[in-house]
Design a binder for this molecule. Structure first.
Ligand SMILES: [Mg+2]
Length: 216
């Protein structure tokens, strides 16, 4: 008998077409300053954890102001809500894994009536206009997404992972079925490292591949 499937997905750039953290940081410190920090992270001069903290040290919005800006955007892949309904009808567990803020993700999912999804991510601790971060774990990445996949595999699941960026690489290496967003950095990495993946643009394509697998 085929093992039961469990699906994990990155949020920013995979489910969401915008990056929720970048949107807020760019509004507060500007895109140039934000990208200068991103460049240090990519060059290995700063860990993601340090860079993310440095970016949010420049954010002085209230929580309501930040969420208002996020919800102004219509940033979700339109194929994602039907994808969620398919997983629920088929009894396939689905978890969002993110190095962004859990509360930002829930704020984006709420208008789509998807706020009930399981989300594992960092958390923002906002007091007035002061932002602190409760990181998901102690790793330099702030959230090692591969830990969730390894746990599910040890429970006997076949795991699918959907991602787009460099923070998705550890999870990509563990997934049984991998989806990497077309033209983005995870796909580039997999091409270079010889890791097999399905290229995707939206969740209709992810669903089609997974449905074929489930029918076998
Ligand atoms: Mg991403």
């Amino acid at each position: 008998m085929t093992k039961a499937l469990k699906i994990f997905s990155d949020f920013d750039g995979a489910i969401s077409l915008i990056d929720t953290g970048d949107l807020i940081v760019d509004h507060c410190i500007g895109r140039v300053a934000r990208r200068a920090i991103d460049d240090k992270i990519v060059a290995g001069k700063m860990s993601f954890r340090e860079g993310f903290a440095a970016q949010f040290a420049g954010v002085h919005l209230t929580w309501d102001e930040a969420v208002g800006r996020l919800q102004l955007q219509d940033g979700l892949d339109a194929a994602f809500p039907p994808f969620v309904r398919w997983t629920e009808a088929a009894n396939i567990p689905l978890v969002a894994l993110s190095s962004g803020f859990e509360q930002f993700i829930r704020a984006c999912l709420t208008p789509m009536r998807l706020a009930h999804l399981e989300i594992r991510a960092n958390r923002a601790l906002v007091q007035g206009r002061n932002w602190q971060i409760a990181f998901r774990d102690d790793t330099p990445s702030s959230h090692d997404k591969s830990a969730a996949l390894r746990e599910a595999r040890s429970q006997g699941y076949r795991v699918a992972f959907i991602g787009d960026g460099i923070s998705d690489i550890p999870a990509a290496r563990v997934a049984d079925i991998l989806f990497a967003k077309k033209g983005e950095r995870l796909a580039e990495y997999c091409d270079q490292a010889g890791i097999a993946y399905h290229s995707f643009v939206n969740f209709d394509e992810v669903k089609m591949v997974l449905q074929q697998g489930e029918a076998k």
